[in-house]
Design a protein. Structure first.
Length: 201
């Protein structure tokens, strides 16, 4: 009687072990979730009022990020970014040229180390102590000094890994019908026509 040993017991034990493991993972999940990367602070801070005109908007996360995008807009919606986003570890920084007082909006995305995409938006109030000079030569759109002074690879560490959020803009342009549709339709029409003609005879 080689097969007299009851089989269900090891199977049940394995099943129980798997269920216990699954339960353990479920219990561990909240702790993992709370450890996700998030925005820790910013400069200017969210909902703050700054009287000195910032030269950059800097986001600091609670863990290093793979990369990200930051955009800042003036009260009238005009983007005020003045160069590429600099990325160094847990910090993303966008140089800005503020030419207006009032509420500025910061919109950002970042890719955490675990691949999750984070995003957020906040505002800060720009209230310069001294009136801002009128924007010089707005029509020509000449690059500001910070454009030349802030190349993309300015920060030495990990400059090559800044392309974490390259947007895959591969738009599949499939406007027309597939090539086989017209011949098949023509054959079908001929067949229907032939059958109709045969029936009328
Ligand atoms: Cu995550």
């Amino acid at each position: 009687m080689p097969s007299a040993v009851p089989r269900p017991t090891p199977v049940l034990m394995r099943l129980t072990a798997v269920l216990l493991l699954a339960a353990g993972l479920l219990l561990a999940a909240p702790a993992t979730a709370s450890a996700h990367t998030g925005l820790r602070s910013s400069e200017p801070a969210a909902d703050s009022t700054v009287t000195t005109t910032p030269q950059a908007v800097t986001l600091t996360f609670n863990a290093s990020v793979l990369g990200g995008e930051v955009s800042v807009t003036a009260p009238d919606g005009t983007p005020v970014g003045a160069g590429p986003v600099a990325h160094d570890g847990a910090v993303l920084s966008l140089p800005v040229t503020l030419t207006a007082a009032g509420r500025h909006t910061v919109t950002w995305t970042a890719v955490a180390d675990d691949g999750h995409t984070l995003d957020g938006t906040f505002v800060f109030e720009h209230a310069p102590a001294t009136p801002l000079p009128p924007p010089a030569a707005p029509a020509t759109g000449t690059p500001t000094p910070s454009d030349a002074a802030a190349p993309a690879t300015g920060n030495g560490s990990g400059a090559g890994s800044d392309t974490g959020t390259e947007t895959a803009s591969a738009s599949s342009d499939s406007g027309g019908l597939p090539g086989w549709v017209l011949p098949v339709a023509a054959v079908a029409l001929l067949a229907v026509g032939g059958l109709t003609a045969l029936r009328r005879r």
